[in-house]
Design a protein around this ligand. Structure first.
Ligand SMILES: NC(=[NH2+])NCCC[C@H](N)C(=O)O
Length: 562
């Protein structure tokens, strides 16, 4: 908002030589504090105004006069604007106190829906680190889209269909034990699956059996479907423990199986458009014109595939939700799959397919190596989260042994640490998994931000003044200005995180705000009883609001004491 005012002033003085949009985009944040709060480079004006940029900068600096600015100075070809600290900090703090948690919201989503396909683990298999990343990133993106005025549709596209379930059924019928599966479903089903592959090496006939049973499953055979449904229910129950811990919910858990009866229609549509061709008995959609391998729509034995199900799912989602955008939070290994999927839909003539986006992310590493769920190295996510909570409790025991709801807070801190660690780097980067590191109370961690928020809450508790509504008269010292200026950035950060599909923008921001606030806390006696006490407390309250809201958008809770 302050930036817009600066742009307006420039625009007015240059008689609209550039559009407002162009001016806003050109305004930079200066590198050094001594260069003020905004810098506008005059190069783009030089042509239309037929003057040297330096000259334009001088003229603008001399003519712009706005009460929101303390001074406007030419700095070479730049016009630097220095905000009037007291007035602006007053405006920002009051706006935050009035808006509360809705500070930073946007309305550009206009209530349109965005489907977000995330988490999407495979049943009868462990919930992997990759699925954790998808879950955490997708959950945050859903909250960010809502903050921008969209209606988020959270979809867990479960991997619950495919030939592997034929194999699993064969394995269970041969070697399975009902009691064992009930006790530890994922572990047991995985063991059966692994055994199947080992045995099939020796006895290839088993693979044929597996295909047969999947065929039975697709055709609605009762025994096959009963077993499949049981495996699915047990798996979902296991996954739901993880979702409960993470605080993640879905609007739909319609997985791949859900599209079993919707694929014929998708295939028909492709056939109608003459987009199917056969290749070695299989039906494919040729994508050579885009330089891509063909999308496999139907195998030679008539079985459909992952891609076909995604095609049917996209058509179904557009029909159901009329999504304005469709996002897929899935690891970067599937980049080609989504490229093909989107292009096929575009080729079918659907304009909406242009608004479909694959949102990839990097790997989780342990000691520099990719963590995987292959034999022997399964890391059970539930155990990881339980360990994080246990370590957080140890930390609290040490630092604040008399805390009342210790266990509840330990859960917020432990789980928050894991989530924050995932989201603090650009999502495409791989992340090194270290519980010890992510749980530190200092440094770039979730607990550090939570701790800073709790500190702000504690200051507010200690003062006798009740802060509500917005009637701050502003502050003008450098330390509080640094905090106020960051608070001013929050709405822009939200928009940026939306446009780039990057929760990390918010994570980095709350870290910076926490650091700046802690500097303020150590330089200024906040609770000193002078004329500015109330304004300082209002700033503290504004910081608490923004930290809590920033963390919420990441899916992290902010305890008021820890
Ligand atoms: N619509 C989708 N394809 N979503 C992603 C599914 C991810 C898949 N279940 C996997 O674990 O690899």
């Amino acid at each position: 908002m302050q930036k817009t005012i600066y742009a307006e002033a420039i625009n007015e003085q240059t008689n609209g030589a550039l559009t407002m949009d162009a001016v806003v985009k050109l305004i930079e944040k200066p590198k050094f504090k001594s260069q003020g709060d905004f810098a506008f480079p005059c190069f783009a004006l030089a042509k239309t105004m037929r003057k040297a940029p330096q000259k334009i900068a001088e003229e603008l600096a001399a003519t712009i006069d706005h009460p929101l600015f303390e001074k406007i100075v030419a700095d070479g070809p730049y016009v630097n604007g220095f905000l009037e600290k007291q007035t602006v900090s007053k405006q920002i703090v009051n706006a935050i106190l009035e808006a509360g948690s809705s500070y930073g919201s946007h309305s550009f989503g206009n209530g349109q829906s965005i489907t977000i396909d995330f988490s999407s683990p495979n049943i009868a298999k462990p919930f992997s680190m990759g699925h954790l990343r998808s879950t955490v990133i997708g959950n945050s993106l859903a909250k960010i889209t809502e903050k921008c005025g969209y209606a988020a549709v959270r979809i867990n596209h479960l991997g619950d269909w495919g030939t592997q379930f034929g194999k699993l059924i064969v394995a269970y019928r041969l070697w399975g034990n009902e009691e064992k599966v009930r006790q530890a479903p994922i572990k047991e089903l995985l063991a059966l699956y692994v055994k199947f592959h080992a045995e099939a090496e020796k006895e290839p006939r088993l693979n044929e059996e597996g295909r047969l049973w999947f065929k039975k499953l697709e055709e609605g055979n009762e025994e096959a479907n009963k077993l499949w449904k049981w495996f699915r229910d047990e798996s979902l129950q296991e996954f739901s423990k993880i979702y409960a811990l993470l605080g993640v919910e879905f609007d739909s858990t319609a997985g791949e199986a859900f599209y079993n009866d919707k694929m014929d229609k998708a295939l028909e549509l492709l056939a109608e458009q003459k987009m199917l061709s056969s290749s070695q008995g299989a039906e494919v959609v040729d994508l050579a014109e885009y330089g891509l391998p063909p999308l496999l729509a139907k195998k030679s034995d008539g079985a459909t595939l992952y891609a076909t199900r995604d095609l049917a799912a996209a058509l179904y989602r557009q029909e159901q939700n009329q999504f304005s955008k469709a996002w897929y939070v899935v690891g970067s290994e599937q980049t080609l799959h989504f490229k093909q999927l989107f292009l096929v839909l575009q080729k079918m003539g659907y304009r909406w397919a242009e608004e479909m986006t694959h949102i990839p992310f990097g790997f989780v590493l342990k000691d520099g190596k990719k963590m995987s769920t292959r034999k022997g190295e399964i890391v059970l996510l539930e155990e990881v989260l339980a360990e994080a909570i246990r370590l957080a409790e140890e930390n609290i025991d040490e630092k604040n042994p008399s805390l009342k709801n210790k266990q509840e807070v330990a859960k917020m801190v432990g789980v928050g640490a894991v989530i924050f660690h995932d989201l603090k780097n650009d999502r495409q980067n791989s992340i090194e998994f270290s519980l010890e590191h992510m749980l530190r109370f200092e440094g770039t961690t979730g607990p550090y931000v939570q701790y800073t928020h709790a500190r702000a809450c504690s200051i507010l508790r200690k003062s006798s003044i009740e802060i509500s509504g917005g009637s701050s008269s502003g502050l003008k010292d450098e330390a509080s200005w640094a905090v106020a200026k960051l608070l001013m950035e929050f709405p822009n950060i939200i928009e940026k995180s939306f446009l780039q599909h990057e929760p990390s923008a918010i994570a980095k921001y709350v870290l910076e705000l926490a650091q700046e606030f802690n500097k303020y806390y150590s330089h200024v006696k906040i609770l000193a009883d002078d004329g500015e006490l109330e304004s300082r407390l209002m700033l503290v309250k504004a910081v608490a609001i923004v930290l809590e809201e920033g963390l919420r958008l990441l899916g992290v809770k902010a305890p008021s004491e820890m």
